[in-house]
Ligand binder design. Structure first.
Ligand SMILES: [Zn+2]
Length: 108
């Protein structure tokens, strides 16, 4: 699978567009990803390994949840939560199936 990154992701109440970029920079430093909350846009760098791109998408998703929820998490908290969510989803297919099943059948 060359690129499993979705073109859009619904996060809380808003659909976010996800765009792959050749290069992302912030004050000259390379970025793996960035989010524009008001525009509901996430930009991801295509440079890192595929697993890093997906982890970065989770990182930006958590920033969106943080912003929409009025939370004030430190960057380190976002970073470890993104790693943790990504790892749990990767290593526990039963959890992925359970989430999909319960989302599709809310009365279960
Ligand atoms: Zn961040």
């Amino acid at each position: 699978m060359k690129n499993a990154i979705p073109k859009s992701v619904k996060i809380c109440a808003h659909w976010h567009t996800v765009r792959m970029c050749e290069v992302l920079k912030d004050d000259g430093d390379d970025l793996n990803g960035e989010i524009y909350h008001a525009k509901a846009k996430i930009n991801l760098s295509q440079s890192p390994a595929a697993s890093v791109r997906v982890e970065t998408l989770w990182h930006e998703i958590l920033h969106s949840i943080e912003a929409q929820g009025g939370l004030h998490l430190k960057e380190d908290a976002i970073r470890i939560l993104a790693v943790g969510v990504f790892q749990v989803l990767c290593d526990n297919p039963e959890m992925r199936r359970a989430a999909l099943y319960t989302h599709a059948a809310p009365d279960c």
